[in-house]
Design a binder for this molecule. Structure first.
Ligand code: HEC
Length: 236
């Protein structure tokens, strides 16, 4: 190495060393990619995609303070909110619309009886719906209620869980409204509510499968085959 370049290197090192020691002791020094150290604080539920980064004053001129004030306002405004009470979701698919209505029956013995009389399944009793219901039943009910709904699932047989009545025995005449009601709220201490695991459509599908088991594994001729009344039935 020449004398010249040794001198230059030492000078550069000296400058570097001095630069890293002096100055503000609180300064973190040179940072690569400062975004990585200080990530921007992001509020949940605020729509950053809508930031008015370029904001014109009402008279058409641009003012950065005005733009900042808009950004600040935007960032303090929560965008994602719960729907207003009483709002009913819209489904463009009319066959799904019936499931958007709230279930208006309360978890009381009186409403259980009423549900048995008034609440009707919006899905037809068809092989297709029974098959879909079976998929749910096999995953979520069979271990207690048993393969054919005799109340002899493994949880009952092996673990000694309270035995539910057989669907084609004591529960044979249980109407669909009560099946749905019990699926929604649960029944006594043995049967838990399934409202958080199964949406209304799924609860009705599995209700159809329970009816199929009530009928000894045959499609019931007497079961209603009506197509959903999608507008006037605020019960499911
Ligand atoms: C942890 C065990 C268990 C699971 C899981 C379970 N059940 Fe039950 N179920 C019971 C018991 C126990 C009863 C009896 C409750 C009573 O009447 O005291 C019962 C009762 C019922 C009844 C009769 C309700 C009434 O109004 O008399 C229906 C219908 C029913 N279950 C359907 C289902 C369906 C459908 C599923 C799956 C989505 C399911 N159950 C999952 C244990 C269970």
């Amino acid at each position: 190495m020449s004398k010249h370049s040794t001198l230059l290197t030492s000078a550069a090192l000296a400058v570097f060393a001095l630069a890293s020691c002096g100055g503000d002791p609180d300064s973190p020094g040179i940072e690569y990619f400062p975004d990585m150290y200080r990530s921007p604080a992001v509020e949940a539920y605020v729509d950053y995609g809508q930031d008015p980064y370029v904001a014109e004053m009402p008279d058409g001129t641009y003012d950065s303070d005005y733009a900042d004030s808009l950004v600040l306002k935007q960032r303090m405004t929560q965008q994602a909110r719960k729907p207003v009470q009483g709002t009913i979701a819209f489904s463009s698919d009319a066959s799904k619309a019936a499931f958007n209505f709230p279930y208006t029956y309360a978890n009381t013995p009186e409403d259980y009886e009423r549900a048995g009389l008034e609440v009707k399944c919006p899905l037809p009793m068809s092989q297709e719906n029974v098959d879909k219901g079976k998929v749910i039943y096999d995953k979520m009910c069979k271990h207690c209620h048993g393969e054919k709904g005799a109340g002899d699932g493994t949880v009952v047989n092996v673990a000694g869980y309270p035995q539910p009545g057989a669907y084609n025995g004591p529960l044979k005449t249980l109407p669909e409204g009560k099946i749905f009601h019990s699926l929604t709220y649960g029944k006594n201490i043995g049967m838990g509510s399934h409202a958080s695991q199964l949406n209304k459509e799924e609860r009705w599908l599995v209700t159809r499968y329970v009816q199929y088991l009530q009928n000894d594994g045959k499609l019931s001729a007497s079961a209603p085959v009506a197509v959903a009344d999608t507008t006037a039935t605020p019960v499911n």
